[in-house]
Ligand binder design. Structure first.
Ligand code: PEP
Ligand code: MG
Length: 319
């Protein structure tokens, strides 16, 4: 049974009623990219580029970055990599990139904000990304975007750097939806983005005002909270106005209890740890998306994450 499941992992995940759900992998290295291919991932839904910047004493230049991104794109053998720009700042600091100490790191200079504070870092990374070939296999994902003005500013920077490099193609550009304002403004963002990717780890912490690292709150930080489900729906509806697709790359996508709910809310891609790809694909194949939609709609009205989990367990009992 498990051998059959693994073989099928390389096939697309179609629900019982014929809806395709992309199951991609979250990776943080070239070795992870190779594992993603072995596990049958449909692509890379999130490459966290922090690995290139940590454990060294100077900034990697554009050429070094290009080589790393190119190696990952090559390893994917025709599949697409969604590569996120650097998400440091706040609590994740780099010794050679001094940023002011933060009284409240989660609400400070992190993600794209540290890119705006240190434009030479963002520019070198975009130069590395725009040098990957073919550019159609590489999509750029922007972390911690708050509103459309930030997205337009990065798009202009991409155009400027591409022009300097003599690159005429443009990679697709997506926005992480991980700040509540971005979910609220999803329709505006989708007008200027090629896709949206929900980061449930941060979106949950910011929507519920609970530190994702707080040990005492761990049990309450639940991405199946009805408030989060409504933010996912808002994102999907906003994206649909402009014909854009929405993925989830936060840890919630890897949770079997969340898979039918996210699919029912209209999420088109689940990006999960590479080793989980076969299992999540197998789960999608057992679902009726029509039933997921009906159930998810009802869950938007439930009073708590616990109530959502109880309903999920009643409708889709886990083996
Ligand atoms: C997220 O916030 O859900 C996410 C995928 O980004 P990270 O966990 O790297 O902050
Ligand atoms: Mg995040």
């Amino acid at each position: 049974q498990s051998a059959r499941r693994f073989a099928a992992a390389h096939d697309p995940a179609l629900s019982r009623d014929g809806v395709r759900v992309e199951v991609a992998a979250n990776i943080g290295s070239l070795a992870d990219a190779e594992e993603a291919v072995r596990c049958g991932a449909d692509g890379v839904g999130l490459l966290r580029t922090e690995f290139l910047f940590l454990e060294r004493d100077s900034l990697p230049n554009a050429a070094e970055q290009r080589d790393s991104y190119q190696a990952i794109v090559d390893a994917l053998a025709g599949k697409t990599a969604i590569i996120r720009t650097l998400d440091v700042g706040g609590d994740k600091s780099l010794p050679y990139l001094p940023l002011p100490p933060e009284p409240n790191p989660a609400l400070g200079l992190r993600g794209i904000r540290s890119g705006f504070a240190r434009p030479e870092v963002l520019e070198a990374q975009l130069e590395g990304l725009l040098s990957v070939k073919p550019l159609a296999r590489c999509r750029i994902l922007l972390p911690m975007i708050t509103d459309v003005a930030e997205l337009i500013a990065v798009r202009a920077l991409i155009d400027q750097i591409a022009a300097q490099l003599g690159v005429t193609e443009r990679p697709e550009v997506g926005v992480m939806i991980e700040v509540p304002s971005a979910a609220v403004l999803a329709d505006q963002l989708a007008e200027h983005a090629d896709f949206l990717s929900i980061g449930t780890n941060d979106l949950t912490q910011y929507a519920l005002a609970m530190d994702r690292c707080h040990p005492g709150l761990a049990a309450q930080i639940d991405g199946l909270h009805p408030a989060l489900l409504r933010l996912v729906k808002l994102t999907v509806d906003g994206a649909a106005k402009h014909g854009r697709w929405v993925g989830v790359c936060g840890a919630l996508a890897s949770e079997p209890a969340a898979v039918p709910v996210l699919v029912g809310l209209g999420v088109a891609e689940l990006s999960v740890g590479a080793a989980l790809v076969p299992q999540i694909k197998a789960q999608v194949r057992e679902l009726s998306v029509d039933q997921c939609r009906q159930e998810a709609r009802a869950m938007l009205g439930l009073p708590s994450a616990q109530a959502v989990r109880e309903r999920v367990a009643a409708v889709w009992p886990q083996p």
